[in-house]
Write a protein that binds this ligand. Sequence first.
Ligand code: HEM
Length: 465
Amino acid sequence: MAVLMVVLGVCLGLICVCTALLRWNEVKYRKKKGLPPGTMGWPLFGETTEFLKQGPNFMKNQRARYGIFFKSHILGCPTIVSMDPELNRYILMNEAKGLVPGYPQSMLDILGKCNIAAVHGSTHKYMRGALLALVSPSMIRDHLLPKIDLFMRSHLSDWNQKVIDIQEKTKEMALLSSLNQIAGIQSVSMSQEFMPEFFKLVLGTLSLPINLPGTNYHRGFQARKNIISMLGRLLNERRDSKETQHDMLDVLMNGDENRYKLSDEEIIDQMITILYSGYETVSTTSMMAVKYLHDHPDVLQELRKEHLAIREKKRPEDPIDWEDYKSMRFTRAVIFETSRLATIVNGVLRKTTRDMEMNGFIIPKGWRIYVYTREINYDPCLYPNPLTFNPWRWMDKSTESQNYLFIFGGGTRQCPGKELGIAEICTFLHYFVTSYRWEEVGGDKLMKFPRVEAPNGLHIRVSSY
Ligand code: HEM
């Protein structure tokens, strides 16, 4: 009897193992052949409404049901969402394998065909090279930082005893400071005319591509035309003036000592690229830094200490220089912690240029891949107590160089304006915390998804420090 039981047990065990092996093989086979799991929602609209309404919760729910690699249909396209840190790294590193930027059509139409997100391969390499020459460390040190310093002093000069909307002010700051770096004094006269057109252009890039009068897309397209004409005027004036200005336009027109020769159309699209890429990122990070500093007096105290020490060594009229900027270690940490906790960038979009296998699934040609990096910002293994605002975690240099930090993207498209953006925010914070104290008026709502914004502004009462 006992022998019979053992034989039966062995047979049952064997059957279980064989069934498991067969099932595993079947799943593997199905996976190899098909799309990842997930839902596609309604025809045409897909799951866009759920995605926009529920935000990060939509992503979390789908992840709980389908894992960290699933299909969906959002923002008008069949899309694969990848939350897999290793795979996300692979995707960002391997554009040459057919994983090119996949930004929406309205963005490509309005930012122009020479825009960096619209070009691939050798053209991208060339345009990126031309752009890197504009924002190199020596360019920032010798020419851009002095301009940023002068701009910030003037921009912040009259906030005392006022209630200001810090969202509006940081938006103006990001745009006008970039314009000033591009064309120096020449830009000042056109800035008031430029600003409303630029805001329409930004709205247009984020809208559905329906070119009918009254739509944001249509207005954005008109704004692009007006902006091209204003920037074209700038170019012609500069050609006529023969003076050297040491600004970005100078380098663009002289092709970094003729290494990069660009047509007028390319120069204009490069200027639009710079203005657009640094606009929302720099402004929102600055606004959120003000918010977090307000809510964390210990951090504000440490930050102020760093900046007062810099000021003490200078006369009031002395500008911030490269050495000062490099010494702002805690400020840099505040900026990284703000970008992480607020998640200014949720992820980046890519598009497949051919059918390709990924994670054992087949991703069809032309599908979008949402390289969703938000979750990684809250990974407790990388950031202990991830929901706490703790800039000190960045004082250890290795935090900034870890493999899964995607705040500034990664791979061949990693943000070329990273240092410039950080330098701008550092200079803004320098003059803000050394000149003023502030309190929130209160009651303003903050939205974190799909973009970080204060729908009715973020109002603060400012007084001198
Ligand atoms: C806090 C500030 C900033 C943040 C968080 C940020 C973030 C990013 C991210 C995540 C990407 C990758 C996009 C992708 O892979 O598709 C990117 C690309 C880019 N950024 Fe920034 N950025 C900032 C400031 C700036 C500034 C000031 C400039 C101005 C020069 C700039 C210019 C660009 C450009 C041109 C690209 C595209 C690069 C390419 O396609 O090769 N960014 N940025």
